[in-house]
Design a protein around this ligand. Structure first.
Ligand code: NAP
Length: 331
C-alpha cells in the first residue's frame, strides 16, 4: 500500500487544501518494461492550476478523484526493464504518490554526479528550457538592449534574466518581495529590480529602471504588471508570452488596455509559446544550459518544502509568492 494525493474538487479561484485528498492505494506487481520507484522530489508548477479546470487547453484536465501528476524524481527499487537498474534515479511525469509501479518508457535516468538532482526539475529541466527557448527563440536579445522580466525571482524568471545578462543586456526584474529584489540585484547582478507589491507607481518605477525603454519583455505574470511594461516598449520590441499567473485563478476574464495599436505603432512582436513546442530541440537547450551551469555563469536556487502531505500547500504557495527560485517538495 502507498499514499497518493487526488484532486478532490475543482478549485474556484485560488486553490485551497480542501481541493485535495490523500488516499491509500495498492502497488501492483512489476510487469516487463516496468519499474517500481520511491518518489523523493516533486516539482510543483503553475501550469497544474490550468489542469484543475474543466476547460480545453494544450494539455488535458485532471479528473476529479484521480491523482495529480507532475514532474518528479524517484529512485528505482525494483526493475523489470532493461537499462533501468535498481538504485538509479529517474525523472518523469509522476502521480503525487510515494511509491509506484510505472512504465520505464516515460522515464529518463538522471545522474546526481552531473548536477544536484533538483536541478533536473528546474534549471536543467522544464523551467530552464522554457527560459532558454522563450528568450533565445522569441526574445532574440541583443547586447545593449533592455530586457524586462516579470515573475523574475521564480523558476523560469531567474534563468531568463541571467541569460539576458550573459547576452550583454540591461536586465530589469519585477518581483514581489524585498528578499527577492535583493537576490536579483545582489546575487544575480540584475541591473535593477522592482518590488511590484510596494512600489507606489509601477509605471514610473519601470520608466526609471529602463531609461532607454523596453526592447524585450519576458512575461510570466500578465495582468496589470504587463500593462505597465507594455506601455513602455521600443520600436521592434519582442514580447514573450510565457505565463499569465496573475490570471490563473481569475473567475472572470479581466479587460486590460487594447494593446494592438501599441504593437502596430512600435512594429512589435508578441508571441506566446509552450515549451513542449521545442521538444525536438531539448538536447540543444540542455547542452547550452549545462555548459553555463558547469562554468558557474548561471546560478540557481530552490525553495524546498518537506513532506509528501505538504504537496498541496507547496502548490498553493506558488500563488502566494512564497518561493524564491524553483519550488520543490522533498518527500
Ligand atoms: P515561479 O515563478 O517559480 O512561481 C510563481 C511566482 O509567480 C510566484 O513566486 C510569484 O512571485 C508570482 N505570482 C504569483 N501570483 C502572482 C500574481 N497574482 N501577480 C504577479 N505575480 C504572481 O513559477 P515558474 O514555474 O517559474 O513559472 C513562471 C510562469 O511561467 C508561470 O506563469 C508559468 O505558468 C509559466 N510557464 C510557462 C511555460 C511555457 O511552456 N510557456 C513553462 C513553464 C512555466 P512574486 O513573489 O514575484 O509575486
Amino acid at each position: 500500500m502507498t499514499r497518493q494525493i487526488i484532486l478532490k474538487s475543482r478549485p474556484a479561484g485560488i486553490p485551497n487544501p480542501d481541493n485535495f485528498e490523500i488516499r491509500t492505494v495498492d502497488i501492483p506487481a512489476v510487469s516487463p518494461g516496468q519499474v517500481r520507484v520511491m518518489t523523493h522530489t516533486m516539482s510543483v508548477d503553475p501550469y497544474l492550476r490550468g489542469r484543475m479546470n474543466d476547460a480545453p487547453s494544450y494539455i488535458p484536465s485532471f479528473q476529479v478523484g484521480e491523482p495529480i501528476v507532475g514532474g518528479g524524481i524517484a529512485r528505482i527499487v525494483e526493475s523489470n526493464a532493461e537499462g533501468f537498474k535498481v538504485g538509479s534515479n529517474v525523472m518523469g511525469y509522476l502521480p503525487w504518490q510515494e511509491e509506484m509501479v510505472i512504465e520505464s518508457s516515460g522515464l529518463k535516468i538522471v545522474d546526481e554526479n552531473m548536477a544536484p538532482l533538483s536541478y533536473y526539475l528546474g534549471i536543467l529541466g522544464m523551467p530552464g528550457l522554457t527560459a532558454w527557448f522563450g528568450l533565445m527563440d522569441i526574445g532574440k536579445p541583443q547586447s545593449g538592449e533592455t530586457v524586462v522580466i516579470s515573475g523574475a525571482a521564480g523558476a523560469v524568471g531567474l534563468v531568463a534574466g541571467q541569460l539576458a545578462k550573459i547576452h550583454g543586456c540591461r536586465v530589469v526584474g519585477i518581483a514581489g518581495g524585498d528578499a527577492k529584489i535583493s537576490y536579483l540585484t545582489d546575487e544575480l547582478k540584475f541591473d535593477a529590480a522592482i518590488n511590484y507589491k510596494t512600489t507606489s507607481d509601477l509605471e514610473a518605477s519601470i520608466a526609471s529602471a529602463c531609461p532607454s525603454g523596453v526592447d524585450v519583455y519576458f512575461d510570466n505574470v500578465g495582468g496589470g504588471i504587463s500593462d505597465a511594461v507594455l506601455s513602455q516598449i521600443n520600436k521592434n520590441a519582442r514580447i514573450i508570452i510565457c505565463g499569465q499567473i496573475s490570471l490563473y485563478n481569475a473567475t472572470s476574464q479581466p479587460t486590460g488596455p487594447r494593446i494592438q495599436s501599441v504593437l502596430l505603432k512600435k512594429s512589435a512582436l508578441m508571441q506566446g509559446f509552450i515549451v513542449s513546442n521545442y521538444i525536438s530541440r531539448f538536447d540543444e537547450g540542455l547542452k547550452a544550459l549545462s555548459q553555463l551551469v558547469d562554468t558557474g555563469k548561471l546560478k540557481y536556487t530552490n525553495t524546498t518544502y518537506h513532506g509528501f502531505e505538504r504537496l498541496p500547500e507547496a502548490f498553493i504557495a506558488l500563488f502566494e509568492g512564497k518561493n524564491l527560485g524553483k519550488l520543490i517538495v522533498e518527500l
